[in-house]
Write a protein that binds this ligand. Structure first.
Ligand code: MEV
Length: 326
C-alpha cells in the first residue's frame, strides 16, 4: 500500500512573536503544498528521499533501531520527517520498513514550513497503519516533533494551520485552536527577497523580553487586543479595520526590532499607493509582507510593492488543511 498526504504552507496574519509566549495569533493557509508519499517495505530500513520540484532525489537510509532510539540526531535535510517517524513508531508501537518520498516547495518564501511536512508525514503514517488519529492527535504529535527538532523554539501555530487549514485562531501554545468560518481574506502577499533564520529572530526578541519585561509585556498585551479585534474584522470582512490593525501590529513589531528595510520599503510603498494597511508576516528580518487594498487600489499597490523590490506572489489563501491525496 502507498499513501500520499499533502499539507499547506501558512501566512501569519497577526500576533507573531507574542504567540511564542502563549498569546493568541491569527494564521491563514496558502495553496503552496508539500507532500509525503510512504510505502511499506520488507527491507527493515527506513529510506527517506526528499526532493524539490525539478531536482533529483537524494536517499537517507536508517535502520529501524536508529529511527526509534530517542538520542539520534538526524541529518538536517530529513530531520522533521525522520523525527516524525520516530515519534509515531514509539507512541503507537509500530515498526516497519518504509520508503518515503517528500516533495517540498520549489522556492522557499518562508511560507511553506517544516511543520507542514511534519504534519503530512504523520497523516500519511496514520492512514498507512490505520491508527485513526483525530486532527487534535495529529496536531499534538506533530507539535511534539517540531519542538523536539527545534529544541523548544516554536509556538506550534504553523502546525495547527497545516492540520486544520483555512484561517485559525491559535492561543496558549495549542490549548486553544479555533478554525474560523470567514470569507477568504484577499491579501496581497509580497516576498522581500531576503532570507533570515526564524530561530535567530525568535531568540533576539526573547533576549529583549528578558532585558525589558516591563516594556515588552504590554506590547504583547496590545498584540493580543489586535488579534481579538482582527478576528472580528476578518469575520465582518471590514477591510478598513483590518488595514488599521495591520498598521498598528506592524508598528509594534518594529518596536521589537524585527522590521528591516527590505520589509519596510514595500510596506510603505503599498500604503503610499493606497493600501488600507500593510505589515510583515512571521519572524521579520525578511521573507514576506502583505497588504490589504480595496479593488480600485489593488493594481497600484501591486505595482508599488514590485517597484519596492518585492516579488508579488500569486497565492490563494484560506485553503484546505492536511489531506490524503491517494
Ligand atoms: C514565525 O513565523 C512566527 C514566530 O511567532 C515564531 C513562532 O511562532 O514559532 C516569530
Amino acid at each position: 500500500m502507498i499513501v500520499t498526504a499533502s499539507a499547506p504552507g501558512k501566512l501569519m496574519l497577526f500576533g507573531e512573536h507574542a504567540v511564542v509566549y502563549g498569546y493568541p495569533c491569527l494564521v491563514t493557509t496558502v495553496d503552496l503544498r508539500v507532500s509525503t508519499t510512504i510505502e511499506r517495505t520488507q527491507s527493515g530500513t527506513i529510506d527517506i528521499a526528499p526532493s524539490l520540484p525539478g531536482e533529483a532525489e537524494q536517499h537517507y537510509l536508517f535502520t529501524l533501531d536508529e529511527i526509534v532510539q530517542s538520542n539520534v540526531i538526524f541529518p538536517k535535510a530529513v530531520s522533521f520527517v525522520a523525527s516524525a517517524i520516530a515519534h509515531f513508531f514509539r507512541r503507537y508501537n509500530v515498526r516497519s520498513g518504509l520508503h518515503i518520498m517528500t516533495t517540498g516547495l520549489a522556492k522557499n518564501y518562508g511560507l511553506g514550513s517544516s511543520s507542514a511536512i511534519t504534519v503530512a508525514t504523520i497523516a500519511a503514517l496514520n492512514a498507512l497503519f490505520n491508527v485513526q488519529l483525530s486532527s487534535r492527535e495529529i496536531f499534538d504529535l506533530a507539535f511534539a516533533v517540531v519542538l523536539d527538532v527545534q529544541r523548544g523554539t516554536a509556538s506550534g501555530f504553523d502546525v495547527a494551520a497545516a492540520v486544520y487549514g483555512g484561517t485559525v485562531y491559535y492561543s496558549k501554545r495549542g490549548d486553544i485552536i479555533e478554525p474560523l468560518e470567514l470569507p477568504a481574506p484577499s491579501f496581497i502577499v509580497g516576498y522581500s527577497g531576503e532570507k533570515v533564520s526564524t530561530t535567530d529572530y525568535v531568540e533576539q526578541v526573547r533576549r529583549l523580553y528578558q532585558q525589558m519585561p516591563t516594556l515588552i509585556e504590554p506590547i504583547f498585551a496590545l498584540m493580543t487586543t489586535i488579534v481579538e479585534q482582527a478576528r472580528l474584522a476578518l469575520h465582518a470582512g471590514d477591510h478598513a479595520e483590518i488595514g488599521r490593525l495591520m498598521n498598528i501590529n506592524q508598528g509594534l513589531l518594529d518596536s521589537l526590532g524585527v522590521n528591516t528595510l527590505s520589509l519596510a520599503r514595500p510596506i510603505f510603498a503599498a500604503r503610499d499607493a493606497g493600501a488600507l494597511g500593510a505589515k510583515l508576516s512571521g519572524a521579520g528580518g525578511g521573507d514576506c509582507m502583505f497588504a490589504i487594498a480595496d479593488d480600485d487600489a489593488r493594481g497600484a499597490v501591486i505595482t508599488a510593492m514590485q517597484s519596492a523590490g518585492c516579488e508579488v506572489l500569486d497565492v490563494a489563501l484560506h485553503t484546505d488543511g492536511v489531506c490524503i491525496d491517494t
